[in-house]
Every structure is written in structure tokens, then in C-alpha cells.
Ligand binder design. Structure first.
Ligand SMILES: *Cc1c(COP(=O)(O)O)cnc(C)c1O
Length: 238
């Protein structure tokens, strides 16, 4: 099931990209594996999927220990300062840097480890009081502050859009994030000469996100099926 879901989604990404004149190779699929056991991720690896998204640092650390360096782990959950050390140790990319305090905590630990880390800045593009992320108007200042931290390379922006009934309702938010990223790129605020990453779109709206410029889409349910509740044994029901 995981294999056929992945095949279907890869096809869909390709078709969607070609339809809107984009190179399918510019869109990376992140398989969101939160609350699924590592064996489920191994099945995805066997089907050629090596990039995963995780929301909880302890869970990411356990999966790193089980799966080793073959997998690329993107952290997409809310990050607390007291987890910054483990996050810096076990994640390949942290997509949810949204305040200077967390950036400087990561920097301190990375300096001690003599490492650099790719990060994205999470923007609350929908101005949703229930969501984390820096406000759009404060993004430039945060990017300027992080640029002073030698260990952090900001390669783009990430957003979680407000829940909508229809995926078309997410389109204006995706577009706003892309416009903001273009403005920030013009001002030289990203640590990349390549394209700027835009992490946006999930199972229900990734097509719209691709049409609006997403380079990273975060898909869980459409690959793995419904997530087990915390505490429930899980996984192979998909
Ligand atoms: C859980 C999660 C996803 C995946 O959502 P699905 O609807 O299962 O595809 C994507 N992004 C973030 C930040 C998440 O927490």
C-alpha cells in the first residue's frame, strides 16, 4: 500500500508540475511519518522514499537511532528551546525556526558540535492565533538576525496554512508565502545561491501548493493512511 501510494503521489507531482510549467525535479516529497513506527518508514525506504518529516524531537531521535544516516529527517513540529540540543544532533533540516531565541539556542549547540544546519523560517502566513510561526511583517528582521549566526543556513520559508474545507481556499496563503520569499530573496536574506525552498502543502492541498511554487511538500496521510493516536499500536493497517 505504501509503495503504491508513493507511486501515485509521485505521478501526481509530476503531472501537476508539468501542467503548470515547472520542472518536476524541483519538487521534493517529504513523507510525514509522525506517530508511525520506524518499520513503516523502512517500507517507504524500500520504495525509494528517504526524506521524512517528524513533529516530535524524542520520536525523531528514536527513529534516527533505528534508521541511521540513510534517512533525511526534516523537523516540522513546534520546537522548544530545551529540545534544541537533541534537534541539532538528530535532524538534517529544521523547518520551524520562528523566533530568535530558538535560533540562538540551536547556534550555541551547533558551535559546540562544530556543525552547520540547514533551517527554514516558519511564517504564520494566515495570521492564525492558534498556529506558530513569525508574522509576515517580522520575517525580514528575523532573517537578518539569523544571518549573523554562522552555523545556521536559512534556505527558505515554511508555512502551515489555516484549516480550510476546500483546498482552493489555501491558494492565497501559498501565494503570499511565495511573494514574501521572493521579496526576501531580492534582499539577499537567504543563505543559498540555488532556488529558495518553499515548504507548503499537505495531503489535501499539495497540488495547489505546487501550482503556487512549493519546492517541499509534506504529505502524511496520503502515503501512510490515518495516523495512529498516541498510545495506540499502529501502522500496518494502511
Ligand atoms: C502532520 C503534518 C503534515 C502532514 O499532514 P497530512 O494531512 O497527513 O498529509 C504536514 N505538515 C505538518 C507541519 C504536519 O504537522
Amino acid at each position: 500500500m505504501i509503495r503504491s501510494n508513493l507511486t501515485a503521489i509521485r505521478d501526481d507531482i509530476r503531472q501537476t508540475a508539468l501542467r503548470c510549467g515547472r520542472d518536476p525535479a524541483d519538487i521534493k516529497l517529504i513523507a510525514v511519518s509522525k506517530r508511525f513506527p520506524a518499520e513503516v518508514m523502512s517500507q517507504a525506504c524500500a520504495a525509494g522514499q528517504f526524506i521524512f518529516g517528524e513533529n516530535f524531537i524524542q520520536e525523531a531521535a528514536e527513529k534516527r537511532a533505528l534508521l541511521g544516516a540513510d534517512v533525511c529527517l526534516h523537523f516540522i513540529g513546534h520546537l522548544q528551546s530545551n529540545k534544541a540540543k537533541t534537534a541539532a544532533e538528530v535532524c538534517d533540516v529544521i523547518e520551524t525556526v520562528d523566533r530568535f531565541k530558538i535560533a540562538s539556542a540551536l547556534h550555541r549547540h551547533l558551535l559546540a558540535m562544530n556543525r552547520t544546519l540547514e533551517v527554514l523560517v516558519q511564517v504564520n502566513i494566515g495570521l492564525d492565533p492558534k498556529k506558530s510561526g513569525i508574522l509576515p511583517e517580522d520575517t525580514e528582521q528575523l532573517l537578518r538576525q539569523i544571518a549573523e549566526l554562522s552555523t545556521l543556513k536559512v534556505t527558505g520559508l515554511m508555512t502551515i496554512t489555516p484549516l480550510t474545507e476546500d483546498c482552493e481556499q489555501a491558494r492565497p496563503f501559498f501565494r503570499k508565502l511565495r511573494v514574501l520569499s521572493e521579496k526576501m530573496k531580492e534582499r539577499g536574506l537567504f543563505a543559498t545561491s540555488r532556488r529558495v525552498e518553499l515548504s507548503m502543502g499537505m495531503s489535501d492541498d499539495y497540488r495547489v501548493a505546487i501550482e503556487e511554487g512549493a519546492t517541499l511538500i509534506r504529505v502524511g496521510t496520503a502515503i501512510f493512511g490515518h495516523r495512529p493516536q498516541t498510545g495506540e499500536k499502529s501502522g500496518s493497517k494502511t
